[in-house]
Design a protein around this ligand. Structure first.
Ligand SMILES: Nc1ncnc2c1ncn2[C@@H]1O[C@H](COP(=O)(O)OP(=O)(O)O)[C@@H](O)[C@H]1O
Ligand SMILES: [Mg+2]
Length: 300
């Protein structure tokens, strides 16, 4: 991908960017590409993941390279339409005030804003832990704001993985058993393999028998992330995941999130720490229950 500017991230004022495709006949046998193509890729305001398909006809030596239209334009993952959430404690608190927000598949969103501005309320509604007083909420195009408790629980389990500031691990339970927990209520085999693979992925396979109080804060958060990942969620919701960690450990957790994001998982993270914002592809600022700024970046 060619650089379009000096900065490492750009505003979406670009109309297109250029990428170079190297087409190999057989990766193992040929070190040199059969063809090099420069392609102009339009960047829509909501452009996100897209895929490239290549087909080879060895007989006619034809190479067909296609940018798949299906995933070329980002698909909405979560859509909030005019969402409000009030708390009535004597006087009414408008925790969320007519919020409109679409989050596309594959985004890495950071939500920032002062304490009490509604960040956790927003995250809880996105994760169907809470229901709005008014407005519509759609998950992959399906209404999610008027569901029964049971339906919401199922949706939560299917779509989301949660990571919290205080890790929320079961205290007298090993890392392995904490990660196994979300699979207890699921049918299907190879649960042991799944737990081992995900602990390996977060770098804690060797500590799988340790209990939370035998692990550092960063390690505990890795266990929590493994627990969130073990069900292969489409979306990770993280509420101040580095809030209880020192800067260096926090950045290690962000590296892990980045690795997870690169596998195609959508990540939505609330944070106070502006040092973490470069990891996100989009930064949403909130104030008094509303979104006051929304900025997308492209990493080039
Ligand atoms: N369960 C609750 N009961 C009453 N008020 C609440 C509750 N949860 C949040 N609030 C209020 O809603 C507003 C937004 O809170 P919250 O979403 O937790 O903010 P943030 O996460 O940005 O700090 C605050 O004024 C808070 O006091
Ligand atoms: Mg909060």
């Amino acid at each position: 991908m060619q650089k379009q500017g000096q900065q490492t991230s750009l505003q979406l004022e670009l109309l297109h960017f250029q990428m170079r495709l190297h087409v190999f006949g057989c990766a193992l046998r040929r070190a040199r590409p059969l063809a090099v193509l420069d392609v102009n890729v339009p960047v829509e305001a909501n452009a996100g993941p897209w895929s490239i398909s290549t087909t080879f006809n060895l007989k006619s030596q034809e190479i067909v390279v296609g940018l798949s239209g299906k995933t070329f334009y980002a698909k909405p993952m979560l859509e909030l339409k005019n969402i409000s959430r009030d708390y009535k404690l004597g006087e009414t608190v408008h925790a969320l005030n007519n919020v409109d927000l679409t989050i596309n598949e594959g985004e890495f969103v950071a939500i920032i804003g002062p304490s009490g501005c509604g960040k956790s309320t927003l995250l809880n509604i996105l994760g169907v832990l809470d229901t709005p007083n008014s407005g519509e909420y759609l998950i992959q195009g399906q209404r999610a704001d008027r569901l029964s408790r049971k339906q919401r629980a199922r949706l939560r389990n299917e779509v989301f993985g949660f990571v919290f500031q205080s890790f929320n691990l079961l205290p007298r339970t090993s890392a392995y058993d904490n990660v196994m927990l979300p699979l207890k209520y699921r049918r299907g085999n190879s649960r042991d393999e799944k737990v081992r693979a995900v602990l390996e992925n977060v770098g804690l396979f060797d500590r799988r028998q340790s209990k939370p109080n035998q692990l550092s804060g960063g390690q505990q958060q890795r266990v929590a992330i493994a627990r969130a990942l073990v069900t292969k969620p489409k979306v990770i919701l993280a509420d101040e995941p580095t809030g209880n960690l020192d800067t260096k450990t926090g950045l290690e957790i962000m590296d892990l999130f980045q690795k997870i994001h690169r596998t195609g998982t959508t990540i939505i993270m609330v944070t106070h720490n502006t040092e973490l914002l470069p990891y996100a592809t989009r930064v949403i600022s909130m104030k008094d229950g509303q979104i006051v700024n929304d900025e997308r970046k492209i990493h080039v």
